[in-house]
Design a binder for this molecule. Structure first.
Ligand SMILES: [Mg+2]
Ligand SMILES: [Zn+2]
Length: 192
């Protein structure tokens, strides 16, 4: 068997709408183009969700509430024939200085201990600079999304010398960029 390629996915603000610490099932809403984008990629890539959930550590919500919400995300994707291999979440707050919070790559190490993955040709997609740093630390290519909290944290990329492979305005644009990388004339680089 050859190596698998992966798209590592942040969850909140990347797949689903996030007004901040989203955790109530009734607030669940996928962002536009997520289904179509994942469908575009699913033949060539495995999907994992990797999400920082400091809301658990801050006691804004429980791990059980997190799981309930996450199951809702997985179910909605499944209904559309999209399989998430697994979800990895960090429940800690920054001050815990844990080993699993993005941009630390413990979860990637866990995944690569189970799956044979071509990291160089894998991607991390997220709406926070730490997602990009996480992907860079893991040796993946990265896409910074301007959805979710992406606009708000945009300046932090340059300030911290964090360089995404691409910056996309929507999940669909990100998916197209990955899909069409071998025909770069199809999509112009973002002007930002
Ligand atoms: Mg996010
Ligand atoms: Zn952690």
């Amino acid at each position: 068997m050859g190596l698998s390629k992966v798209v590592f996915l942040d969850r909140d603000g990347t797949l689903n709408k996030d007004e901040g610490y989203v955790h109530k099932v009734e607030d669940f809403e996928l962002l536009p183009g997520v289904i179509q984008g994942l469908q575009l990629l699913k033949q060539d890539y495995l999907f994992f969700i990797i999400t920082n959930q400091s809301g658990i550590g801050k006691k804004y919500y429980t791990e059980e509430e997190f799981r309930e919400f996450n199951n809702r995300v997985i179910l909605e994707l499944k209904k559309n024939d999209i399989e998430i291999e697994n979800t990895y979440f960090c429940p800690h707050v920054v001050e815990d200085n844990c080993v699993c919070r993005k941009p630390k790559t413990k979860f990637i190490q866990e995944i690569t201990s189970i799956y044979d993955i071509d990291l160089e040709n894998s991607w991390m997609i997220g709406d926070h600079p730490s997602d990009i740093l996480f992907g860079m630390n893991a040796g993946c290519k990265t896409i910074y999304l301007l959805t979710g909290h992406g606009e708000k944290h945009f300046e932090e990329l340059d300030e911290n010398n964090i360089k995404p492979t691409y910056i996309a305005r929507s999940f669909m644009e990100a998916a197209h960029f990955i899909k069409d990388l071998n025909s770069p004339n199809t999509y112009k680089k973002s002007s930002k």
